[in-house]
Design a protein around this ligand. Sequence first.
Ligand SMILES: [Zn+2]
Length: 86
Amino acid sequence: MSGIHFAFLIGGEEINPETAEDPVQVDIMEQIMNNITVRMEGLVCPEHQQAPRFLCSGDSFDDLSIEVHGCCEQLVELTRQRMESL
Ligand SMILES: [Zn+2]
């Protein structure tokens, strides 16, 4: 278990990847989650042992931006470094 949390907010509506019915949407969400999970492997906050959280939001699935949240600025910074390193 990675402990990484993902949320998807499309057009102001929260979409749960576990219960979404559109296979195209599910596919996009799974790709995003897999990509990020691989990049963040083993990453937890050195101070609080928390994994980062990701908020993927936009007007549609073609136009998503990803926000990083964490227990503190240090974890957010470590997470951003990994996001940029690939
Ligand atoms: Zn922390």
